[in-house]
Design a binder for this molecule. Structure first.
Ligand code: BG6
Length: 515
């Protein structure tokens, strides 16, 4: 029998016609290029192990790490054990690990060497259990820097490993290229080697439950969807704030900076989810079509616009949670004179009939006071104060979708302050995911890996989507790189960025909303 709470939930549970049954998990091999790297240690192996523990992997799976670090299978397994212990949430299950790790192998190989790909083929052939159709299902995971991805794809093609002996898919990590031009080139290389439906461009933000909920929330609540347009919405604010610095990734970050790292991918995905038209169904391409349309409608930014409506910042030393932390220029593998931005704020317009003239303000940065990802939808004020002209407060309604760390939705409403004659008071009605459903969430990588294994492309980015996103941010990076800000660092760690980020909204008579 279901526990009482589940009975209550099942009473309200409504199923959408999402064709989950079309997908199934069979035996497969995942070959991870960059298998000894940071992503594999922090995210991929912990996620694969969790899928295994949750019985979401078919018994006949294998993982082959491919990297240049000299190791044998046993050394790799022990390195991964340390990583999973360190980076997995929840207790480490020794018995399950013992069973799991027997499926994991390692090849010491240089990615530029032809012989690597022959050894990969041999290993895959040897360890892969054929699926029921007799074919061997293989996923290549490109956990390598953007400059190296084309090389690996080219070699896979040359060695006939894409459409040849195996039934393959390829997952490509972000950043997908470094600008539109390189993304187009990488797309060309990929589509020359694989069919589009074999290509999984990953952005882990799409694997977050709360990001996926944006569409469900909009499409199931008439009271919001009907007001989801320029007639009722005054502005939209997206904040992706991190309190961490660049950690051990100085070398990467010096090449990337905040725009390539976060704005081009995560921020654009959030913006797309909020602003797109609702798809006519849950098929991958229905959603991706709508997202691309909205990205295409984002107003192009020329230099004058960029100078007026974007703000760049770089953190100096400061305090986070009471602890002294170094400035960006003092981080490991960062030039002491670096001009790389760690903060972005900007105003976007979406030139379509739904959003005409509604500003979308975005801010994101490292070493901000706290970790929070939030989308605030501020509704327009009523045209009149119906209850007298001297009401003391007149706050607008604000809908806040908090993506992390507290997954919740809240709505700010004005009510009469008790005992007062004429005072309004702003209160919040809040729905909190964890409290309501008494559950945690699967890690985004876990969910996305499972989707790829099943063959569901819905939460992956299509070729045109990636190119559009780069097209939006390229002018910003080009402008900022030709005229770097002279006063870097211009915000202290532990603050909300440079003062210009506040002015960006103040000049429009608005301010950043914080929950
Ligand atoms: C990654 C970026 O894509 O996302 C990192 O490269 C960033 O710089 C991370 O820290 C943030 O992810 P999350 O899930 O912690 O918000």
């Amino acid at each position: 029998m279901l526990p009482e709470e589940d009975i209550i939930f099942s009473k309200y549970l409504q199923k959408c016609g999402i064709p989950i049954d079309e997908f199934s998990i069979g035996p497969f091999t995942m070959a991870i290029f960059g298998g000894a790297g940071d992503l594999s240690r922090r995210k991929l192996m912990p996620s694969i192990f969790n899928l295994y523990c949750n019985k979401e992997l078919y018994k006949g799976f294998s993982v082959v790490g491919v990297d240049m670090r000299e190791m044998d299978d046993n050394q790799y397994r022990s390195m991964m054990k340390d990583a999973v212990r360190e980076f997995s949430e929840g207790p480490f299950d020794e018995d399950q690990w013992y069973e799991f790790i027997r499926h994991v192998y390692y090849l010491t190989s240089k990615l530029e060497n032809d012989d690597t790909y022959e050894r990969v083929r041999k290993k895959i052939d040897q360890v892969t259990v054929p699926a029921s159709n007799g074919l061997k299902d293989v996923i290549y995971y490109l956990a390598v820097p953007p400059g190296v991805a084309p090389l690996v794809v080219g070699k896979l093609k040359e060695h006939d490993l894409c459409k040849g002996p195996f039934n393959t898919k390829v997952i490509v990590e972000k950043p997908f290229g470094v600008d539109r031009k390189s993304a187009v080139a990488l797309n060309r290389t990929l589509t020359g080697a694989f069919k589009e439906e074999q290509i999984y461009r990953i952005d882990h933000y799409l694997g977050k439950e709360t990001v996926q909920n944006i569409l469900f929330f909009r499409s199931s609540n008439a009271i919001f969807e009907q007001f989801w347009n320029h007639q009722y919405i005054d502005n939209v604010q997206i904040t992706v704030a991190e309190d961490i610095g660049i950690e051990h990734r100085g070398e990467f970050y010096e090449q990337s900076g905040v725009v390539r790292d976060i704005v081009q991918s995560h921020v654009m995905q959030l913006l797309g989810m909020v602003a797109m038209e609702l798809p006519t169904g849950f098929k991958a391409d229905f959603i991706r079509d709508e997202k691309v349309k909205v990205l295409r409608s984002i107003r192009e930014m020329d230099n004058a616009y960029i100078d007026a409506f974007t703000v760049s910042g770089q953190y100096g030393p400061g305090k986070i949670k009471g602890q002294d932390v170094p400035g960006y220029r003092q981080e490991q593998n960062v030039s002491p004179a670096s001009n790389v931005p760690t903060f972005f704020a900007g105003k976007f317009y979406i030139d379509n009939l739904r959003w005409g003239r509604v500003p979308f303000y975005v801010r994101t940065g490292k070493r901000l006071p706290r970790r929070v990802t939030e989308i605030c939808i501020q509704f327009k004020r009523l045209p009149l104060r119906l209850l007298g002209r001297d009401c003391d407060a007149f706050d607008p309604n604000i809908l806040i979708l908090t993506i992390q760390p507290d997954e919740r939705i809240s709505l700010r409403l004005g009510v009469k302050y008790p005992y007062s004659h004429n005072q309004l008071y702003s209160v919040s009605m809040t729905f909190n995911y964890r409290e309501t459903f008494k559950t945690g969430f699967s890690q985004p990588y876990e969910l996305l890996l499972a989707d790829c294994i099943k063959g569901d492309l819905t939460l992956f980015v299509r070729e045109d989507g990636i190119e559009e996103m780069w097209g939006i941010v390229d002018p910003v990076t080009a402008r900022w790189e030709s005229f770097p800000v002279k006063q870097f660092p211009n915000y202290g760690a532990g603050t909300w960025g440079p003062p210009e980020a506040l002015k960006l909204l103040e000049q429009d008579g608005r301010s950043w909303i914080t929950d």
